[in-house]
Design a protein around this ligand. Structure first.
Ligand code: GTP
Ligand code: MG
Length: 155
C-alpha cells in the first residue's frame, strides 16, 4: 500500500477547511495513518520547499508556510500519491477544475489551501513523510470497510 504526505496550509486552517479536506480523503477510501497540528519553523520550511530555493517566489513561500499553524497528515491507499494529487487539482487554483480541493476553495496561486506530495517526483512522498513524522507516529491498522473498497485483499 502506498502512503503520501498531505498538509492543510495556514490559509486552509484559518479558513476552517481542515475538516472538509480530511472528509474528502476519508470518503474516497484512503486511510489516515498519521496527523499532526503544528507550526512549521524556518528550517523545516527551507527543507520542505528546498526544490524551489532559487525561484523568485521562494521567500514569500517560506513566509506563508510559517505564518500560522498547518495540519500535516499521512494518507494510505492504492496509488495514494497520484490519487491525492488528482483530488488536489493544479498548482494554481485558478486553473483547477471544480470538484478538486484547490478548484473548490482557492483563487490565488500563493494561497492554494493544501500541499500534497508530487507523484512525478519519485520518492517525494516517503521523503516528506520522514521530514514531518517519526516512524512511531505512523499507525498501522485496518479500516473496517477495506473489503468493500478493494476487490483484491492485497492492494
Ligand atoms: P505544493 O503542494 O505546495 O508543493 O504545490 P505544487 O506541488 O502544486 O506546486 P510547486 O511545488 O511547483 O510549488 C510550491 C508552491 O509554490 C505552490 O503551492 C505555490 O503556492 C507556490 N508557487 C509555485 N509556482 C509559483 C509562482 O510562479 N509564483 C508564485 N508566487 N508562487 C508559486
Ligand atoms: Mg510541490
Amino acid at each position: 500500500d502506498e502512503r503520501t504526505f498531505v498538509m492543510v496550509k495556514p490559509d486552509g486552517v484559518q479558513r476552517g477547511l481542515v475538516g472538509d479536506v480530511v472528509s474528502r480523503f476519508e470518503e474516497r477510501g484512503l486511510k489516515l495513518v498519521a496527523g499532526k497540528f503544528m507550526q512549521i519553523d524556518q528550517d523545516l520550511a527551507h527543507e520542505h520547499y528546498g526544490e524551489h530555493e532559487d525561484k523568485p517566489f521562494f521567500d514569500d513561500l517560506v513566509d506563508f508556510i510559517t505564518s500560522g499553524p498547518v495540519f500535516a497528515m499521512v494518507w494510505q491507499g492504492a496509488d495514494a500519491t497520484r490519487q491525492v494529487r488528482s483530488m488536489v487539482g493544479e498548482t494554481d487554483p485558478a486553473e483547477s477544475a471544480p470538484g478538486t480541493i484547490r478548484g473548490d476553495y482557492g483563487l490565488d496561486l500563493g494561497r492554494n489551501v493544501i500541499h500534497a506530495s508530487d507523484h512525478e517526483d519519485e520518492g517525494a512522498n516517503e521523503r516528506e513523510i520522514a521530514l514531518f513524522f517519526d516512524d512511531d507516529e505512523l499507525v498501522d491498522y485496518e479500516r473496517v470497510d477495506e473489503t468493500w473498497l478493494y476487490e483484491e485483499e492485497d492492494h
